[in-house]
Ligand binder design. Structure first.
Ligand code: NOJ
Ligand code: CA
Length: 552
């Protein structure tokens, strides 16, 4: 089936976590004027879409993923006029502005919830999910994602409300037609204001089972069990299709669902063209999101499986990083000796695949994890919960802290490193989260001046995509290399072929000669600083993009 919105295939999306991007007024918190100040930088990098993590009014129990005013801007981030200036600044530069939309839940401080919790008789009674106690306790054994029960008692109603995430994030009741209507009108309002698309948060959980059966899954150390089968219920897909009919279809906006889809079949349910749901999805599972079970070979198999399943009738997003994951160089590459080569390898890998590349702020300069010294230093509720559960399960606190240092979402949320000064050029005040001291070495200012930097590698890849139909539209074929860690593929469109070769390991490895016979001009190398491609003996994390020879 022909994709109706072909323009989405030309996008390179840059994700901003506004709190950590650029602080314009010295309060230590990134803001909208700060983002506007950096639009020239983003234009120079070459991206053409900006996804803003939530900027709506919020008490920040989950840094904006808890919205208390859907048509207002978070005071710390600025005003609606600041947002409008940012919108205009984007549009002047041909950058589309994509808003994060959190409608699985709101904040408990949203006026709807304030009204809903006050009594059983009110106009917002059905906007949230209320249940009577069962034998004086929670209605079932479900765990919330951020720890403890997914139910919280409200004495004024003598009832519990359901919250799949934190208890300050009560789930909205999508079964209520009036609520759905309010959400669609609010989305319309933003589109009218000039938004070019939405990244829709936690969209797989909209529909809940009426009877809330106990979960048969093994309980977490604190005694509650994650629900089984909550993601992707048929009712959820029906709500997404309704959203599509009402808001997306009549307009030319980009739609990205953040989905929980453990298989490619489930992923396809959200993004296959005939489904009329989303243009693309950010799945919270493989191929891109794994910490323990990750390997280059598995990554390749997962990518191939997804490609085969979706290439004829869908599209997808590619990402290694976002605000919910540790930094990609620390996770998949090497933050020490091979930092630069591995950061470039990851860039070439991501941008070499079919699908829309998503770059998360700081990735383009190879920012790394920052392990904080004590659990109290972490801001993220998810990190706090995981730590608690590990300690409850008997792990030594030091070991649990080491785990947090490796996995915490705060790794991705440390301030953007603009220059080599102690506050990284992020703020004149005290940053809300610690700056990584390696900003001395890893920063935008230094990398813009260095033609061999990670930053320039991203810039070249983005420029290449704009020129190359093989890159933006071409077919993918993996080539046999005889090793799981040597990965090679071609991208082909018409007469144009590009060849990608990666040594995804810390060891030098020999690439099969017959494969390299097909290599023409070298377009990019992760060892460009050392003179670039030097033959079949690939160095640690060596990656090369070649033009393919005719007949490849
Ligand atoms: C997914 C978001 O990306 C994450 O940051 C947030 O904590 C949850 N959804 C809840 O909104
Ligand atoms: Ca600020």
């Amino acid at each position: 089936m022909v994709q109706e919105k072909d323009w989405i295939k030309d996008l390179v999306v840059y994700q901003i976590y506004p709190r950590s991007f650029c602080d314009s007024n010295g309060d230590g918190i990134g803001d909208l004027p700060g983002i506007s100040q950096k639009l020239d930088y983003l234009e120079e990098l070459g991206i053409n879409a900006l996804w803003l993590s939530p900027v709506y009014r919020s008490p920040n129990a989950d840094n904006g993923y808890d919205i208390s005013g859907y048509r207002e801007i978070m005071a710390e981030f600025g005003t609606m006029e600041d947002w409008e200036r940012l919108r205009d600044g984007c549009h002047e530069r041909g950058i589309r502005l994509i808003m994060d939309l959190v409608v699985n839940h709101s904040s408990d401080e949203h006026p709807w919830f304030v009204e809903s919790r006050a009594s059983k008789e009110n106009g917002k009674n059905e906007y949230y999910i209320w249940r009577d106690p069962v034998m004086g306790k929670e209605p079932n054994n479900w765990a919330s994602v951020f720890g403890g029960s997914a139910w919280e008692y409200e004495p004024r109603r003598g009832q519990y409300y359901f919250h799949y995430f934190g208890k300050k994030q009560p789930d909205l009741n999508w079964a209520c037609r009036q609520l759905r209507e309010e959400i669609f009108q609010m989305m319309d309002w933003w589109v009218e204001k000039g938004v070019d698309g939405f990244r829709v948060d936690a969209i797989s959980y909209l529909d809940k089972p009426r009877d809330f059966p106990n979960s048969p899954l093994p309980p977490q150390p604190d005694g509650f069990a994650y629900p089984q089968g909550l993601a992707g219920r048929p009712g959820t897909h029906a709500y997404i299709r309704e959203m599509n009919r009402r808001v997306f279809a009549p307009r030319n906006v980009l739609t990205v669902g953040e989905v929980s889809a453990p298989t490619v079949e489930e992923l396809g349910n959200y993004v296959k063209t005939g489904r009329q749901e989303f243009d693309m999805a950010i799945p919270f599972v493989p191929p891109m999101v794994e910490i323990d079970t990750w390997s280059p070979g598995k990554l390749k198999r997962d990518i191939w499986e997804r490609y085969r399943a979706l290439k004829e009738e869908g599209w997808w997003a590619n990402f290694f990083s976002n605000h919910d994951k540790p930094r990609q160089v620390s996770l998949y590459g090497d933050s020490g000796e091979y930092w630069e080569a591995s950061a470039k390898l990851l860039a070439m890998f991501l941008h070499g695949l079919p699908g829309t590349p998503f770059v998360y702020q700081g990735e383009e300069i190879g920012m790394t994890n920052l392990g904080l010294p004590a659990i109290e230093d972490y801001n993220d509720p998810d990190t706090q919960n995981r730590y608690r559960q590990l300690v409850l399960s008997g792990m030594e606190p030091e070991a649990a802290l080491a785990r947090a240092q490796l996995e915490s979402r705060d790794n991705a949320r440390t301030p953007m490193q603009w220059d080599g000064s102690p506050k990284a050029g992020f703020t004149a005040g005290i940053p809300w989260l610690q700056v990584n001291p390696n900003t001395e070495r890893i920063n935008v200012e230094a990398q813009r001046q260095d033609r061999y930097s990670v930053y320039h590698c991203y810039q070249r890849l983005i420029a290449l995509r704009k020129k190359s139909r093989a890159l933006s539209r071409g077919d993918l074929a993996f080539l046999e290399t005889g090793s799981e860690e040597l990965i090679a593929w071609t991208r082909r469109a018409g007469e144009e072929t590009l060849l990608f070769c990666f040594n995804f390991s810390r060891q030098g490895r020999r690439f099969p000669e017959n494969l390299l016979k097909k290599a023409g001009e070298v377009l990019l190398s992760s060892y460009d600083r050392e003179g670039g491609y030097g033959g079949a003996n690939f160095r640690p994390y060596e990656a090369v993009v070649f033009r393919g020879k005719a007949g490849l």
